[in-house]
Design a protein around this ligand. Structure first.
Ligand code: OGA
Ligand code: MN
Length: 294
């Protein structure tokens, strides 16, 4: 297995080891797991991906999330991001719920910070891609933490932030999160710094879903969150992935932000995501609000 560094320093392409090898072979799994802890985003190019293989690969890294209310694929391990109407095979119009969800995915975010438990990682495979646009962009929240000045790190080290699915959806359309989704996904609070237990490196844990910081005025918190996301995603700090059908990307939701990029409404795009749940061994134990903090 070989790793080729891509982008500004937190992304690696995995060569010479297939998804199927990770699924079947303990030693190869351990190598890829170590690369994941180190690099935050792993790119596998040009794979013959199937739903079964994606699950077998993803399952290695931990328990899988079952897609909940708010994604196509509810009740299965697959979140389906598509503008192809399953019943008719035609493309959905721009005001369709799936088109609006795609726009919400174009806000910088980390997957499932609004869930309990949150996600360790996501695995996204490209099944149908548009001829132009539709890239996915990544930014390191570990790099962002490390570039913060000491006093800001000290201020945030024991801070807690609130995350809400409806908050990010509300930025796109007021009723994009339905009442059923809001009931299934109430606001949750996590520490704002996620420490990787393997290498001790800290990352900011914030996203477009984050709407408040414990003990701060709401408007001040939102201004600070905006500044921190701007700092994390500054020009020159991001990696833009131009998909080819068959590409598979795995990212560390504890340590990177990502966003989709727009593409023409008249082009199909179909992506399949599996999501791996974080456990205490992934550093989750330290993320819960302590008594009195939230
Ligand atoms: C996701 C996501 C963006 C994209 O799968 O979690 O945000 O480019 N995807 O499809
Ligand atoms: Mn996402």
């Amino acid at each position: 297995m070989e790793l080729k560094r891509l982008g500004p320093g937190f992304v690696a392409e995995v060569r010479g080891a297939g998804l199927v090898d990770v699924a079947r072979d303990n030693a190869i799994y351990r190598l890829v797991r170590a690369a994941f802890e180190e690099h935050s985003v792993l790119v596998f190019r040009d794979r013959k991906i199937t739903d079964e293989l994606q699950v077998a690969f993803s399952r290695r890294f931990g328990p899988l999330e079952t897609a909940k209310a708010a994604s196509l694929g509810e009740g299965t391990p697959f979140s389906i991001l598509t503008n192809i109407d399953r019943a008719t095979g035609t493309l959905v119009p721009p005001d369709h719920k799936e088109a609006l969800r795609a726009r919400a995915n174009q806000l910088w975010h980390t997957d499932s910070c609004f869930k309990v438990p949150p996600a360790l990682a996501s695995v996204l495979s490209a099944r149908v891609i548009p001829r132009t646009g539709g890239e996915t962009e990544f930014a390191s929240l570990r790099g962002a933490w490390e570039r913060l000045a000491g006093p800001m790190q000290a201020r945030l080290a024991n801070a807690y932030a609130w995350h809400d699915y409806a908050h990010s959806r509300g930025k796109i359309a007021p009723h994009l999160a339905s009442d059923r989704e809001k009931t299934a996904l109430p606001p949750v609070c996590w520490r704002i710094r996620w420490r990787n237990p393997v290498n001790g490196r800290d990352a900011l844990y914030i996203a477009s879903h984050t709407y408040a910081i414990e003990g701060m005025r709401r408007d001040e918190a939102q201004a600070l969150l905006g500044d921190l996301i701007g700092h994390a995603t500054a020009r020159g700090q991001t990696y833009l992935h131009r998909w080819q059908a068959g590409d598979v990307i795995m990212w560390d939701n504890r340590a990177v932000l990502h966003r989709g990029r727009p593409w023409p409404d008249n082009e199909p795009r179909h992506m399949v995501r599996t999501t791996i749940t974080a456990t205490d061994a992934d550093g989750l134990a330290e993320m819960w609000p302590v008594q009195g903090a939230a």
